[in-house]
Write a protein that binds this ligand. Structure first.
Ligand code: IPM
Ligand code: MN
Length: 349
């Protein structure tokens, strides 16, 4: 029987709740489709940090390398570990080490979910650069604590990095409507963002079947609220993509629906799948976290693993659940009730 080895990193806060719910859905759909998901749990988290002084063991990356995919819940418990430490100790190193350069985030309304806009339906696929740019980590502080203290944080844009993410965007546009929006701020940032726009134009010649439009980030933010139906594939740098995808989450009804995939398109290592919402300490262990973002991320994982039919089944089951009014409003149903509704829909399908 086909089998996929999955590294599960539930992490902090609501992470374990939503990963448990999503993985049950994964196992149910695998049984239907005749394959297995072989899970290995890793307790890497802020609690692990309190015990060991690190977010993951020194050989953590090497351990993960042997897996077919990683499903991650959430990282961060600011009351005990500063976010800048926990994120740079677990989530961000995984994205960089496995060159998961494409952070793919779908934004659309599931049936029955209203969202804050009185918009026509929209279906946006945000592609966020995930390894460099404004989150390169390059920089430092001098004269720390003194009156003359200086902090420098340098954005790094390499031709390799920009070209590969834009190429990924063009390829996705080709698979969808043939329209691509490339987002920069080249009117103000005259080096890196002009560079990005130039590479966009170069590739546009190669992908002459794709209609590409360049937008500035501020205008794009407004467009996503005022006319989201006019957009299809949107590609942006790390920081801009980070911000736009929280906006995308908001217009799709909230972070409880926002899924993401950290993809290495070359498949030289595992890709990682995680909800966008984070650890949500305020509702941790209350049993009310919406697992749909993680279940949707799991559907993206199955698709990446070549289990397209299983992925489609999960999406259909999620849609059946929300169409029936389950999980459509924040706090309206418990984590368990939403997961059960999805599991029931899988049984009935
Ligand atoms: C996200 C998160 C992370 C990011 C943080 C927690 C570092 O906001 O996945 O969008 O910015 O990448
Ligand atoms: Mn974010």
């Amino acid at each position: 029987m086909r089998s996929h080895r999955i590294a599960l990193i539930p992490g902090d806060g609501i992470g374990p709740n939503v990963v448990e719910a999503a993985f049950k859905v994964g196992e149910a759909v695998a049984a239907k489709e005749g394959f297995t998901l072989e899970p290995t749990y890793f307790p890497w988290s802020c609690e692990f940090y309190a015990e060991t002084g690190a977010m993951m063991p020194e050989d953590g990356i090497e351990t993960l390398r042997g897996f077919d995919a990683i499903l991650l819940g959430a990282v961060g418990w600011p009351a005990s570990v500063p976010d800048s430490v926990s994120l740079h100790g677990l989530l961000l190193p995984i994205r960089k080490a496995f060159v998961q350069y494409a952070n793919v985030r779908p934004h659309r309304l599931l049936p029955g979910v209203e969202g804050p806009l009185k918009a026509e339906s929209f279906d946006i696929l945000c592609i966020r650069e995930n390894t460099e740019g404004e989150y390169s980590g390059a920089g430092g502080r001098v004269h720390q604590g003194g009156r003359d203290e200086v902090a420098v944080e340098t954005a790094i844009f390499t031709r390799t990095g920009v070209e590969r993410i834009l190429r990924y965007g063009f390829e996705q546009a080709r698979l969808r409507s043939g329209r691509l929006a490339s987002v920069t701020k080249s009117n103000a940032q005259k080096h890196s963002m002009v560079f990005w726009d130039e590479i966009t134009r170069e590739l546009a010649e190669e992908y002459s079947d794709v209609e590409v439009t360049s937008y500035h980030i501020d205008a794009m933010a407004a467009r996503m609220v005022m006319a989201p139906q006019s957009l299809d594939v949107v590609v942006a740098s790390n920081l801009f993509g980070d911000i736009l995808t929280d906006l995308g989450a908001a217009i799709q009804g909230g972070l409880g629906f926002a899924a993401s995939a950290n993809i290495d398109p070359t498949r030289s290592g595992p890709s990682m799948f995680e909800p966008v919402h984070g650890s949500a300490p305020d509702i941790a262990d209350k049993g009310i976290a919406n697992p749909l973002a993680t279940i949707w991320s799991l559907a993206m994982m199955l698709d990446h693993l070549g289990e397209g039919e299983a992925s489609a089944r999960v999406m259909r089951a999620m849609e059946a659940a929300t169409r029936g009014g389950i999980g459509v409003r924040p706090g309206s149903d418990t984590t368990g009730a939403i997961a059960d509704a999805v599991l029931n829909a899988i049984e009935r399908d």
